[in-house]
Design a protein around this ligand. Structure first.
Ligand code: MG
Ligand code: MG
Length: 272
């Protein structure tokens, strides 16, 4: 059952999403060669608590960490480790926060130093596919329209779209209905309705779409060892149209990236 949110609840959800956005922005300055994902995890936990929120993943489904940090061929659900990041790595950092009874859940893939051009391209296309998907999240469309758009966009570049893991509704629970696959058929699945809030999160592989789980019971990696990229936003339907609640603006500011990619999905300009 899809749980729709009131305008007031959506504003609370925006605050939860922004806690995560700010955390990713803080981490953007710390993600570099020599740093471990365990160190990033500690920074993130402290930062989230300082903002009066609690880590959204920690303890959920017995998750042992605040962040899920997926390096190179890891797709998602990578547990923080003591292995230092090195030049040429990429790391997808997924973070959740709970505040005022609502969750935020949002992810960004970072580059460490000099990343291979083909990996940079995968990052760029995956990020673009997130907005291609968001564009379809509006009244008149269905779940399959978002998945179809993301899948077509990424497969046209020869990439693999992960099937086993999907986006989701979000609210007072981290995972609510509906599931939001990054693949699908146009016009299929549940209808979108005013006030629904979802996390759209393409997980795109440089090669095969096939994945496997490591023995740690968490980390999902590509079967062919090629890199995988993950971006995620939280989005509400307001006045029939998608409104992004989270933002990469803090990350972009930290990394010196100029971007207007989110602007058309926001009624009012964001004040950092
Ligand atoms: Mg997430
Ligand atoms: Mg999610």
């Amino acid at each position: 059952m899809i749980i729709v949110k009131t305008r007031e609840e959506i504003e609370l959800m925006r605050q939860s999403a922004l806690v995560v956005s700010k955390t990713l922005g803080m981490l953007a300055k710390e993600v570099k060669a020599g740093v471990t994902t365990m160190q990033l995890d500690k920074l993130a936990e402290d930062f989230i608590r300082e903002q009066g929120a609690v880590p959204g993943f920690l303890g959920l489904y017995d998750c042992p960490s605040t962040l899920l940090c997926s390096v190179n061929e890891a797709v998602v659900h990578g547990l923080p480790t003591n292995i230092p990041l090195k030049d040429g790595d990429i790391v997808s950092i997924d973070c959740g926060a709970l505040m005022n009874g609502f969750y935020g859940d949002h992810a960004y893939t970072f580059e460490i130093g000099d990343v291979a051009p083909e990996t940079k391209k995968l990052i760029q296309v995956t990020k673009e596919s997130l907005y291609v998907g968001i564009e379809q999240f509006k009244i008149g469309n269905r779940v399959g329209d978002v998945g179809y758009a993301i899948q077509q966009y990424c497969e046209a570049h020869g990439y693999g779209v992960v099937r086993e893991l999907v986006g989701h509704g979000i609210g007072r629970k981290m995972h609510e209905d509906p599931e939001m696959p990054n693949y699908g058929r146009r016009g299929r699945g549940k209808k979108f309705i005013e006030g629904m809030v979802v996390a759209i999160e393409p997980m795109i592989n440089g090669g095969t779409h096939k994945v496997k789980q490591l023995k740690d019971g968490w980390t999902i990696v590509t079967q062919d060892g090629k890199p995988s990229v993950h971006f995620e936003h939280d989005i509400a339907i307001i006045d029939g149209k998608p409104e992004i609640l989270s933002t990469f603006a803090y990350v972009h500011e930290a990394l010196g990236i100029e971007s207007d990619e989110e602007d058309r999905f926001r009624k009012e300009a964001l004040v950092l």
